[in-house]
Design a protein around this ligand. Structure first.
Ligand SMILES: Nc1ncnc2c1ncn2[C@@H]1O[C@H](COP(=O)(O)OP(=O)(O)OP(=O)(O)O)[C@@H](O)[C@H]1O
Length: 352
């Protein structure tokens, strides 16, 4: 399939304030697999299936989804490495697959799973090569390098060949490499994958400062929800190449109809608490767990329980975001089975 719109947009991308624009973007791969001794059959994999969203200049947006959801494919299309099978895609007003080289000077990319650095060269030499490749003015290059070296703690590592760096050190080296040419947009595909707690914290602190101080637009994919919690006000949830949710992380709770839990310590062991405001989901001795919709206030439930039962103590537990997302995926899978086709319309995404 061809792009539905081959027109190249304006070169600034400033008209709407949106630096990333996707309208109905799709990407299919044809894979061949063995279907017998001599026979191979072709199958189409729809990695991205009608994805539409926009990212405003200066935003930092997190993109999450299960394995194979289409996140990396989306990033690859945004860099121009892959050409969409359908839809319209613009980055800073430019069609990435048509003007990949021109766009390369305006974007930075970090793939957590592989490095863009030269394996046998010390970091410093990789950076020198990038300096020339991107034709960064000398002064600007020195300033950017100094800043990255300081904030990413790279001083001791500049003369070490990349192959000798630990994963966390290499990741910091890669992030610096992506920023030496002052990109307007930074894509990070799993920037904290495999890092220890301290390295993760360093990377996150750096990205937060970069976004607030330099106004760099950041789109990151991750499996680590803490990345999103700490960095992004907005999250995109992608599954089967489609947008399931687009909004604040906190809004995921209502989107997935999640539940909070009232933990009740009774003065003695009693049969399960009965109330129409909640479901008693667990009883252990005098302690009982009552699940109620996260969108509802806990106050009426607390009042009802206290009025009818001898209560020693109470506490409310918020739903854990991982559980919320797991629930969202499960609901989606159930809808898919019921419809017989992946991708029943995702209500929450359309709400934004
Ligand atoms: N070059 C390719 N050829 C064939 N299929 C591909 C190719 N690249 C990706 N796919 C398929 O497209 C789908 C989406 O893959 P993608 O790597 O974009 O997912 P992802 O969300 O990044 O997953 P993960 O979280 O595991 O990295 C998967 O089913 C994958 O197998």
């Amino acid at each position: 399939m061809e792009m539905t719109d081959g027109v190249t947009g304006d070169a600034t991308g400033d008209v709407t304030g949106d630096v990333i624009e996707l309208d109905g973007v799709a990407k299919s791969f044809v894979v061949r697999r063995r279907a017998g001794l001599f026979r191979r059959e072709k199958r189409e994999v729809r990695a991205v299936d009608g994805l539409s969203f926009r990212v405003a200049r200066g935003e930092m947006v997190g993109c999450i989804g299960p394995n194979g959801a289409g996140k990396s494919t989306t990033i690859k299309m945004l860099t121009g490495i892959l050409t969409p099978s359908a839809g319209r895609l613009r980055v800073a007003g430019v069609d990435p697959s048509v003007e990949r080289t021109r766009l390369a000077r305006r974007i930075g990319v970090v793939f957590g799973q592989r490095t863009t650095l030269w394996w046998d060269l010390p970091l410093r030499d990789s950076y020198r090569l990038m300096h020339r490749m991107y034709r960064v003015p000398d002064r600007r290059f020195r300033e950017n390098l100094d800043r990255c070296v300081e904030l990413l703690d790279l001083a001791e590592l500049l003369d070490v060949p990349v192959r000798q760096l630990s994963l966390g050190q290499r990741m910091r080296g890669d992030i610096a490499a992506a920023l030496l040419h002052d990109p307007e947009v930074l894509y990070l595909d799993e920037p904290t994958i495999g890092l220890d707690v301290i390295s993760k914290a360093k990377v996150r602190a750096f990205l937060r400062d970069l976004n607030t101080e330099s106004g760099t637009t950041v789109l990151l994919t991750t499996h680590d929800l803490t990345d999103v919690e700490q960095l992004c006000r907005r999250v995109l949830v992608i599954d089967h190449g489609r947008l399931m949710y687009d909004g604040a992380l906190s809004g995921l709770h209502s989107a997935a109809e999640s539940e909070r839990t009232l933990v009740v310590d009774l003065e003695r062991e009693l049969p399960p608490v009965e109330t129409e405001l909640a479901r008693t989901v667990r009883v252990e001795g005098p302690r009982q767990w009552l699940a109620f919709p996260a969108s509802q206030s806990a106050a009426p439930l607390v009042a009802a329980v206290v009025e009818r039962y001898p209560v020693a103590d109470l506490s409310v537990r918020e739903p854990d975001i991982e559980a919320v997302i797991a629930r969202m995926y499960a609901e989606r899978a159930a809808a898919t089975t019921a419809d017989g086709a992946p991708g029943a319309e995702p209500g929450p995404a359309a709400a934004r």
